[in-house]
Design a protein around this ligand. Sequence first.
Ligand SMILES: CC(C)(COP(=O)(O)OP(=O)(O)OC[C@H]1O[C@@H](n2cnc3c(N)ncnc32)[C@H](O)[C@@H]1OP(=O)(O)O)[C@@H](O)C(=O)NCCC(=O)NCCS
Length: 222
Amino acid sequence: MDKVLIIGASGHAKVIIEVVEFNKQYKIFGLIDSFKEKGGKLMNYEILGSEDIIPNLVKQGVTKGIIAIGDNWTRYQLHAKIKKLAPDFEFVTIVHHSATISVSAKIGKGTAILAGVKINTHAQVGNFCILNTNSSFGHDCKMEDFSSIAPGVTVGGNVKIDFCTAISLGANIIQGIDIGKHSIIGAGSLIVHDVNDFKLIYGVPGKEIKTIEKGEKYISKS
Ligand SMILES: CC(C)(COP(=O)(O)OP(=O)(O)OC[C@H]1O[C@@H](n2cnc3c(N)ncnc32)[C@H](O)[C@@H]1OP(=O)(O)O)[C@@H](O)C(=O)NCCC(=O)NCCS
């Protein structure tokens, strides 16, 4: 089994660890986290240090991993840093055994597909995305890199979700909608109109609340 690093050591990392353990495709070498104390443990795996040690680990033959951080913009920034530090480091895709994925769907590298997810015919999921527990992604949908759908989200057919956009817990998006980049759809929303870039939208039906900046926070604790 190839060794992998789990990059991140919070709640989302715990979920990813369980999927990796169950799948037995990779062996977890350790965790990388710049905010937690080196030598500390999460689910019996050691926090080896910050991302700065990845080039050394690559030299030792640990060349793969996944960024297990729920926040899209943080995941993007960390990916950019690791790409600079260790250009050959390879990001793996993690799929929970209970996910149902159409044979015609495409899933990018570094993406996490969690328990009970359904991905329908000809859907395309980019790199470094998260499809969280029991979310459903309709036929012919497209999700660009670093975006996410939270637990219980339902996305109808032919929906496009642009770069680094978060669809929060339990939101529903009707068919054929385009959602711009760096936007946030609030928990429980019903989206019936297209959404521009850099917007916070919530409600039933979803209404524009405000224009937001890149990296606006939407998960306070994870
Ligand atoms: C969109 C979101 C980030 C807004 O958070 P926020 O800006 O901190 O909003 P606040 O909590 O300050 O609430 C401001 C007001 O908006 C309302 N509001 C906030 N989110 C709302 C939502 N999703 N739908 C309807 N109303 C909402 C609040 O009730 C509050 O109204 P009030 O002042 O009358 O009480 C938050 O609702 C959300 O969806 N977070 C993501 C949850 C998630 O998916 N987590 C992932 C787990 S894996």
